[in-house]
Design a protein around this ligand. Structure first.
Ligand SMILES: [Zn+2]
Length: 418
């Protein structure tokens, strides 16, 4: 069960695929064929599209997408796996002589705490670069782990939320305190990108708080500002560019952006119709380039992340996102936490969670990053920490072999590891 295809050093596979659009970082885990999505996933798409067909760019994007995301939420099943994570494979043996034959590199860390259909996907094709970034002493320590949380609305003064995808402010505060008590620190999208691409140091237990959709400034002031003041925690928000310069919430949001603790990223223009492989080039371009153009114009920044509206993405939307310069993409799929060169994703529809679009066929893990629902977070924290600890132990176990490989195969061209 643990013999995976995704040995992250199997570079022979990479050479067979054409990934020139993905710059230096390409998926080292490649599916042999593009698999059809299940009927269920297509059904979700149909629901999403049907619910939005009458929408126009001038309709309220928040209200309409609420229903689409609600549909996905209805199928949410808590991941009850609590078993202790463990490395699934034995490490490669360490050669005893300093021959010029490099040791075999170990398979990617995995864990039995992921959903059965979910496997870690790697994305760095150059083993030398991976090893150098992994073991550079000033970079993030092995086992550094981060996860993303998506928020829709945080409801004030209610014990029982009116909409099950929302969270009450009481539960939100409890969740934030749990994160802090368990040693997590919030980071922004640039920190996440630097970590995922180059293993630049972030706190060993990190979290990305993502508030979807347009909100008034008061939302951030009420719910997130106290944690920025106490702990310096930023919040990320997916901005819908539907109303351009006439958005009544624009100026107050620009003001927050200028303050630096709310990180505005892209969340579409029409937003109400999720992107998919059935979308036209014009529609995908409008959503992705349109978001960049609007955020550049009004916020004076260039977004690096697309928070896929309605959780909808596909091979073409991902390729377009790369073309326009996006570095990260977030789904609504709660697959697990993330580590350097390690993103848990599904290659096929998970029968336990049939509404989540499988990410594997898009072949670009960084553009299909998972996010947790707020209701899952507190119960998941201990498992996430344990996963980081197990990955750290596994990395230490393999360090000598990786460094030996580097010295034989990489050092002459890539220089010593500092
Ligand atoms: Zn949305």
């Amino acid at each position: 069960m643990t013999t995976r295809l995704f040995c992250y050093h199997c570079t022979n596979q990479d050479n067979s695929m054409n990934h020139q659009n993905f710059s230096l970082l390409t998926s080292r885990f490649l599916l042999p064929t593009l698999r059809l999505r299940s009927v269920q996933a297509l059904s979700l798409l149909a629901v999403l599209l049907t619910s939005c067909q009458s929408a126009t760019p001038t309709a309220d994007p928040n209200a309409i997408m609420t229903r689409a995301v609600q549909t996905a939420f209805a199928a949410l099943q808590q991941n009850k796996a609590t078993a202790t994570p463990s490395p699934a494979s034995t490490p490669a043996s360490t050669p005893t002589s300093a021959s010029l034959t490099p040791p075999a590199l170990p398979p990617t860390f995995t864990t039995n705490t992921l959903s059965p259909m979910v496997t870690p996907h790697t994305y760095i094709s150059d083993s030398c670069q991976y090893i150098k970034d992994q073991w550079t002493s000033t970079n993030a320590a092995p086992g550094t782990i981060v996860f993303a949380i998506m928020f829709h609305s945080i409801e004030k003064g209610t014990a029982q939320v009116s909409d099950s995808k929302n969270v009450s402010d009481k539960d939100f505060q409890a969740m934030m305190n749990s994160l802090h008590d368990e040693g997590f620190t919030a980071i922004n999208t640039q920190q996440l990108a630097d970590f995922l691409y180059r293993n630049i140091s972030i706190p060993a237990r990190s979290v990305v708080l993502i508030q979807d959709d347009r909100h008034q400034a008061q939302n951030f002031i009420d719910h997130f500002l106290p944690y920025y003041k106490k702990w310096g925690w930023p919040v990320v928000t997916g901005w819908i560019s539907a109303f351009g310069g006439s958005d009544p919430y624009l100026q107050e949001n620009v003001s927050l952006s200028n303050q630096g603790w709310v990180d505005y990223q892209a969340h579409g223009v029409v937003h109400n119709i999720p992107m998919s492989d059935g979308s036209t080039d014009e529609y995908i371009t409008g959503e992705l380039q349109g978001s960049i153009t609007n955020i550049q114009k009004y916020f004076n920044k260039t977004p690096i992340a697309i928070i896929w509206p309605g959780g909808g993405f596909g091979v073409r939307p991902v390729q377009f996102a790369r073309k326009f310069g996006y570095q990260l993409g977030f789904t609504i799929n709660p697959r697990g936490p993330m580590m350097f060169d390690w993103i848990p994703l599904a290659d096929k529809t998970d029968p336990q969670n049939p509404l989540y679009i499988p990410e594997g066929p898009a072949h670009d893990p960084l553009m299909t990053l998972p996010r947790y629902w707020p209701s899952q977070v507190v119960a998941a924290l201990d498992g996430i920490r344990q996963m980081g600890n197990a990955a750290a132990a596994y990395a230490q176990q393999n360090k000598a072999a990786e460094l030996q490989y580097y010295n034989i195969m990489c050092a002459a061209k890539d220089g010593p590891i500092q």
